[in-house]
Design a protein around this ligand. Structure first.
Ligand SMILES: [Zn+2]
Length: 219
């Protein structure tokens, strides 16, 4: 029997053909002849009514993401939701995943106070910062993905999944914020970037807030 015929033999036809789960499953079927541990090389023969059209040059990146999802013990896919359990046991989900996705929203889903062992790990990685101690509301949802058009979005997804697997990597992003104060209305807030600058009170980084720079209200 030809390799592709064998792949089709292994297919679970009960899955939803419009889902990302189907795509992961079909890619797994087409690469099942490869030794465990080997990178996937076979792009499945999609029929035209299935999701998954990807330019040739971006296929290796997607195959590597699909393989990571299929093989990693702490990653699961159900319909088009990918769930990842971090090194510290926190499960987070990516919703509506498909091959045209470029950015993914990740709920940090951690208490305001970052657990002390993680603060220590962040301090070691980046140098001590007051921002490592807590995750403010502004940083509770991260938007992660690829900024570079020349990179396969699949590789972008892999990097997002790797961050979700490693609590320290994810919290590195969630604690990269600074204390800021509007130069006009003097409201204080936290803003993304400039890890730990603007602390303590009175030392905030100045900016112009949305209500001070926005269009005046009409009515
Ligand atoms: Zn303002």
């Amino acid at each position: 029997m030809k390799q592709n015929d064998e792949a089709w033999e292994a297919v679970n036809w009960d899955l939803d053909f419009g889902s990302f789960e189907w795509m992961v499953h079909l890619a797994a079927c087409f690469n099942r002849h490869l030794p465990a541990g080997a990178p996937w090389t076979e792009w499945p023969e999609w029929s035209t009514d299935m999701p998954g059209w990807v330019q040739d040059k971006n296929r290796p990146g997607w195959l590597s993401a699909l393989r990571l999802i299929h093989t990693h013990p702490r990653i699961a896919v159900k319909k088009s939701v990918v769930s990842v359990t971090s090194s510290h046991g926190i499960t987070r989900e990516l919703e509506d995943v498909d091959v045209s996705s470029r950015w993914w929203h990740v709920d940090v889903n951690i208490d305001w106070n970052v657990p002390r062992p993680l603060v220590a790990a962040l301090d070691e990685l980046h140098g001590p910062s007051p921002s490592h101690a807590f995750v403010p509301g502004q940083m509770e949802q991260l938007c992660l993905g690829v900024d570079d058009d020349s990179v396969s979005y699949g590789l972008g997804l892999s990097s997002v999944l790797q961050a979700m697997l490693d609590e320290v990597v994810l919290l590195s992003q969630a604690t990269n914020f600074h204390a800021a104060k509007c130069r006009f209305c003097h409201e204080t807030t936290y803003r993304e970037g400039l890890r730990g600058q603007g602390f303590p009170p009175g030392k905030e980084v100045l900016f112009a807030c949305g209500s001070c720079t926005g269009e005046p209200l009409t009515n």
